[in-house]
Design a protein around this ligand. Structure first.
Ligand SMILES: C[S@@+](CC[C@H](N)C(=O)[O-])C[C@H]1O[C@@H](n2cnc3c(N)ncnc32)[C@H](O)[C@@H]1O
Length: 217
């Protein structure tokens, strides 16, 4: 196992995180045991962050102890890998508005001390304004107003110098436009308030999606 970012490991060409809940899987992923430690395979076909890593994401702004607000946590697939990376001293606030998804998310959060489930709409950050300021906002909501949702949460919760990891679904924004055209628009819109560090398309893992890494000044 080679530690390539803080807490992300490469083994036989694939990415893994160290399982903070050994013996348990979150989405049926494979696990590997080495030197008495258990690692979870991070599937790029199931997680857009793993897809971005596979496509060569140069910076991963996560570390032990990072505080993360995760918008669109679904059943906790990607959030659980972030939970592995930030470990016990970090925290992942998981916002999800589908009651059905939250039912599964609750099972994952119960077993992990650093994951906090929040049944709420990410358009209404005032509903969870009790959370602390965070180092990173991760967003994957696939909504037409996804940029507005991101800006609203960043202005309330993201520390200055904090990072945004943003999975953008082009077709959710405008089905009539070419995805590349939408990515350009997003980049120029984000540049108005953030330093955009990387923008990459996620094909072949996720069609019509791009992943943006940006930093709040
Ligand atoms: C593509 S899935 C997320 C997958 C997840 N990020 C992962 O990698 O494990 C999008 C999720 O965002 C949720 N969602 C969409 N709009 C939302 C909103 N306004 N507030 C909270 N959750 C939202 C959906 O219910 C869905 O579960």
């Amino acid at each position: 196992m080679k530690d390539i970012f803080n807490g992300v490991y490469k083994y036989r060409g694939e990415f893994y995180t160290k399982n903070m809940d050994p013996g348990e899987k979150v989405y049926g992923e494979d696990t590997v045991k080495l030197d008495k430690l258990e690692y979870r395979y991070w599937d790029p076909n199931r997680s857009k962050l793993a897809a971005a890593l596979k496509k060569g994401l140069k910076k991963l702004p996560l570390d032990k102890g990072s505080k993360v607000l995760y918008l669109g946590a679904a059943q906790g697939t990607t959030a659980s890998h972030i939970s592995d990376i930030v470990e016990e001293n970090g925290i992942v606030y998981c916002v999800e508005f589908s009651e059905r998804a939250v039912r599964d998310l609750l099972d994952v959060c119960e077993r992990r001390v650093n994951m906090v489930p929040i049944l709420s709409d990410a358009r209404k950050p005032y509903e969870y304004e009790w959370i602390e300021k965070v180092d990173v906002i991760y967003q994957d909501v696939a909504q037409p107003d996804q940029i507005e949702i991101m800006k609203r949460n960043c202005s309330r919760f993201l520390k200055s110098g904090g990072w945004v990891m943003f999975a953008v679904k082009a077709r959710a924004m405008d089905v009539t436009k070419e995805p590349k055209e939408i990515y350009k628009e997003i980049e120029s819109e984000l540049r108005e308030s953030f330093g955009v560090v990387e923008l990459m398309e996620l094909d072949p893992f996720e069609g019509d999606h791009c992943f943006v890494l940006a930093r709040k000044p």
